[in-house]
Design a protein around this ligand. Sequence first.
Ligand code: CTP
Ligand code: MG
Length: 552
Amino acid sequence: FHMRGTLLKNPQKVDRFLCRTVRTVASAKSEVFHAGGHRSLSALQEERFQQAERSVLIGYHSRINEQTFLKNLSRHGDIKKYFFYESYGVYALVEFTNRESVASLLDEAVIPTCNHEATVPFKSRLLSVKNLDSADHLNLQLNQQFQPQTSMPINQLIKRLAKEKTMEQQLISLTEAYQLTEENSRLRFLVCSLIRDLASTYFPECTIKPFGSSVNGFGKLGCDLDMILDIDGTSISKVKPKSGLSMEFQLKRVSSERVVTQSMLSVIGESLDRFAPGCVGIQKILNARCPLLRFAHQPSGFQCDLTANNRVAVKSTELLYLYGELDPRVRFLVFTVRCWARVHNITSNIPGAWITNFSLTVMVLFFLQKRNPPIIPTLDHLKKLAGPADRSVVEGNDCTFVRDFSKVLLQKNSNTLEDLLREFFDFYATFPFSNMSINIRTGKEQHKPEVAPLHIQNPFESSLNISKNVNNSQLDRFIALCQETSWLLQQSETMIPRAGDQGDNPTPWGLASLLLPSQVVAVKSRKKRREPASERIKSLLESLKNTKSTKN
Ligand code: CTP
Ligand code: MG
């Protein structure tokens, strides 16, 4: 069969297959230890970039025989890894052992002919299978395994959690079900690499790197793909001339860095819109504090944000990754709190006055710094441990912190995940939000420097509040939900696994019951029938007292 450039028309959404990813997890209990044996984020990213450059994305319409497909492709060289998935069509991501194989495959690919339309002849590593030999049609393979690229629906997750025997297992199981898979991570880097190919027609030395939840260890399957266009290679001269005449480029001058970023993103947005197959709905949001392009990449199913000149965000991604790797409890708690917040509409996919996942993550980190003894160190402590190679100043902000995990000594804290989750909700149910600010640099709450319902200091730009968008009513909803959840976790009927209830529809308990929308109301009304009136009034007064103390 032949390959041809992909031009997606009338994409149809296809049902997605879901399969469980298996991952072994370290024990959640930590002791004083060197957190060695971890790979740095930059080493991990480098490997993913290399893989991406040796990879192609191939769409196909009719079912194909896996063996015939692979045999055809291996004419161009050894295949290292491949997998199939569905997203507005069926795709295969294929990684070759050598980059030359990709060149050889592209050499053979043809421009498709269309009867009533014209094609834009922009060639990329996004291909389609053109035709199959008739023999292949007789040899269809029906059981092709598709790798999931979106997270399981909430009701399915609740069922899965209800089957677990302990709360600790529930938190681990939730993380395993939601975290990015190896395949999804490869797909994210491949999309960056495809966009880079296009951007490099203007800026040959540019790179496009993912940041945010795609790489910080807290990403959920289906989360957006944040990318940064880095033009370091083009803007800074690295080689010093030895002697004689030195040359410099003649360049156009504009009024500020911001204008440069805006015009670069603008032309890339224009090219994505006009030339790049699969990129649709391009919005140029160039007047934002951090200008960006927002678009959908249909072959991967990713919602993409492309920014430039946003290197502080890259540093905060590295920091979050480090915290997540220091102690396994960090990731389990963050995934759980993010999921809990999403099902109760504390966070939203639409931008607005909601608390964001980034803010929630920083709130979890702060809470873990406030344990006794602390589970993770403060950012100031990580800065003290930094060596000369870790030094980093971005746009006047000191972003220095140690990146070598083995230098970070943790204190012994044997709190269980169950305790920590309960304490998290207690902590924020009674946190003095009205006058205090959250600061992971010092690990201490501070008096708010400015008026805002929720104040969380940006770890690297101390004058910025990362939750500036949050309004009073959203904060109140968060506090009320923390109080209710904390209350639920004290009720024995939500906390005891149902014995002999291991069928297909086990009754949700523990973490599963915290994810049910009407649970608070349901448990309270069941309780009301049993509790004497005096008890109910007492608990009502108690909760009013709590609400008052946190709001004033
Ligand atoms: N960021 C920041 N300050 C903000 C918002 C975001 O520094 N006020 C940075 C953080 O490094 C964050 C990244 O930009 O991780 C991406 O932002 P966003 O997509 O909002 O958050 P994610 O962490 O990617 O979470 P999500 O899964 O919701 O996309
Ligand atoms: Mg994101």
